[in-house]
Write a protein that binds this ligand. Structure first.
Ligand code: HEC
Length: 184
């Protein structure tokens, strides 16, 4: 009788192991299926994100577009200063600063020159000089700082091989639908 117990015990253990193996492989299969479904979802999401990145590339202004905006604010800034409209001058200077900052984020390189680094230097060196002149309400200091800023603009254009883009103090208002002097 004692001899009969051992094989049936062994058989019981084997059976239990078999059942456990079956249960665990089927739950592994379920887990694998779940992971596969999740992976498909992730792949779909990545495809959507890539499409969004592509459309952002199309809609993001390039350096040339930012430069046109920079140029417009620079021109308006001159007339605000000439009219001693210091609030407008501050506003245009802020807009100029913001646009330069946005252009910096493009991390453009031209002729091996890090455009962002040079733009940042203009933003942190020449523009504060204009702000100081505005704060002092000094037209003389304003004109001086303004000319130094233009020298920085043209200095970069020259360095990166765009010397044919030469910025000057404007000779005419950039728009005719805006008043420069203070008051109505
Ligand atoms: C760090 C270098 C750099 C600085 C500083 C810089 N520019 Fe430029 N600018 C460029 C480059 C590069 C281009 C050509 C961009 C392109 O089209 O790819 C350009 C183009 C331009 C253009 C031509 C845009 C067009 O489509 O007609 C104008 C206008 C301009 N810049 C004005 C300015 C003014 C104003 C400043 C100063 C307030 C300035 N830039 C400062 C690098 C610079």
């Amino acid at each position: 009788m004692k001899r009969g117990i051992l094989p049936s015990f062994a058989f019981g253990v084997l059976l239990l192991a078999g059942v456990l193996l079956f249960v665990s492989t089927s739950s592994m299969r379920q887990e694998a299926e779940r992971l596969a479904t999740e992976l498909t979802h992730v792949k779909d999401s990545v495809a959507v994100l890539l499409q969004m990145v592509d459309s952002l590339k199309v809609h993001t202004p390039g350096l040339g577009e930012y430069m046109s905006t920079i140029s417009l604010h620079t021109a308006k800034l001159w007339f605000a200063g000439q009219a001693a409209n210091w609030k407008l001058a501050t506003y245009e200077l802020d807009e100029l600063e913001e646009t330069i900052e946005a252009a910096e984020a493009l991390h453009a390189r031209k002729n091996d020159i890090d455009i962002s680094a040079v733009l940042q230097s203009v933003r942190q060196t020449q523009l504060p000089m204009i702000q100081q002149a505005i704060d002092k309400k000094s037209l003389r200091a304003f004109e001086q700082a303004y000319r130094q800023t233009l020298a920085a603009c043209n200095g970069c254009h020259q360095t990166v091989g765009y010397e044919f883009i030469h910025i000057i103090t404007p000779t005419r208002e950039p728009v005719t639908n805006q008043q420069w002097k203070v008051g109505k």
